[in-house]
Design a protein around this ligand. Structure first.
Ligand SMILES: NCc1[nH]cc(CCC(=O)O)c1CC(=O)O
Length: 309
């Protein structure tokens, strides 16, 4: 009987996602055995430094990939948002599962939306993308870094350190905290990160048996959208810690991709959107990136990378 071992981080969200893939695999292939192989990654160990300052792509995936390459695990389950654009030799992103709500969520114990926040209110977010959009929307707010997994972030809000925090709705919903969402941020106000809300499955490139089993979990529409978003990000050479937003939907058989690159202080955000055939998802992503670069994104990104260590 075939056994599939899933390499996973130990955070509540990572474990939820691994359990989700396990349950889906068993639902489609009842004879299978599926085991979780939990492990700590570098990103989990460095919790006191703002993510943007640690730098380095794939901080949360390297250990998982090593385990697959060494045969200690067969697949790894990732939030697509955290998956680097390139994969190491011998590994591939095989499956993209259906997307959860891709929006950012406004969470507060006192205020129902951003508009209600008083001048100068302290808002926590760990992402430069959210930070720059927030500052563009409300220059008066004080944006503070907010690290840690979903539970930690909620605890910091409850401690009174922040008037509100912004994080991905998907993580809250998956962990059963949907009722804590005071407001979903419209995508045009807080354009999500590429891949936000989608779960991807990585495996060894030559492991046809596992790939065959994974195919049942694939969601075509999500793949097309995430491919377009990632192509845009790749062309901009952005990891997940740069102020880049990318969000695609399919409407009337047409792919609609929105993108932005923001200056860190919110003083400038370059936005653009394109529509194109679903069969040309990656070309659309590249074309949108090229447009953003030609409109000044190249200069902004240079500033961002120079600010990094
Ligand atoms: N960067 C951490 C991370 N990776 C995936 C999610 C949320 C779930 C998702 O986007 O799939 C989060 C938390 C957050 O951004 O609030």
């Amino acid at each position: 009987m075939k056994t599939i071992r899933i390499a996973t981080r130990k955070s509540a969200l990572a474990l939820w996602q691994a359990e989700y893939v396990k349950a889906e695999l068993l639902r489609h292939h009842p004879g299978l055995t599926v085991e979780l192989v939990p492990m700590s990654t570098q990103g989990d160990k460095i919790l006191d430094t703002p993510l943007a300052k640690i730098g380095g792509k794939g901080l949360f995936v390297k250990e998982l990939e090593q385990a697959m390459l060494e045969g200690r695990a067969d697949i790894a389950v990732h939030s697509m948002k955290d998956v680097p654009v390139e994969f190491p030799d011998g590994l591939m992103l095989h499956t993209i599962c259906p997307r959860e709500n891709p929006q950012d969520a406004f969470v507060s114990n006192q205020f129902k939306s951003i508009d209600e926040l008083p001048p100068g209110a302290v808002v926590g977010t760990s992402s430069l993308r959210r930070q720059c959009q927030l500052k563009a929307l409300r220059p008066d707010l004080t944006v503070r870094d907010l690290r840690g997994n979903v539970n930690t972030r909620l605890a910091k809000l409850d401690n009174g350190e922040y008037a509100a925090i912004i994080l991905a709705a998907a993580g809250l919903i998956r962990l059963g905290f949907e009722q804590r969402i005071a407001a979903l941020m419209p995508v045009d106000t807080s354009l999500p990160a590429n891949g936000q809300g989608a779960v991807g499955i990585e495996c060894r490139s030559d492991d046809k048996e596992v790939q065959q089993l994974l195919s049942a979990l694939e969601h075509r529409e999500t793949r097309i959208c995430v491919l377009a978003e990632r192509a845009m990000n790749r062309k901009l050479q952005g990891g997940c810690q740069v102020p880049i937003g990318a969000y695609a939907v399919i409407e009337n058989d047409t792919l609609w991709l929105r993108g932005l690159v923001g200056a860190l202080d919110g003083s400038e955000i370059i936005r653009h959107q394109l529509r194109g055939p679903v069969a040309e998802a990656e070309q659309l992503g590249v074309a949108l990136a090229e447009h953003l670069l030609s409109q000044g994104a190249d200069r902004i990104l240079q500033d961002v990378y120079q600010a990094a260590p």
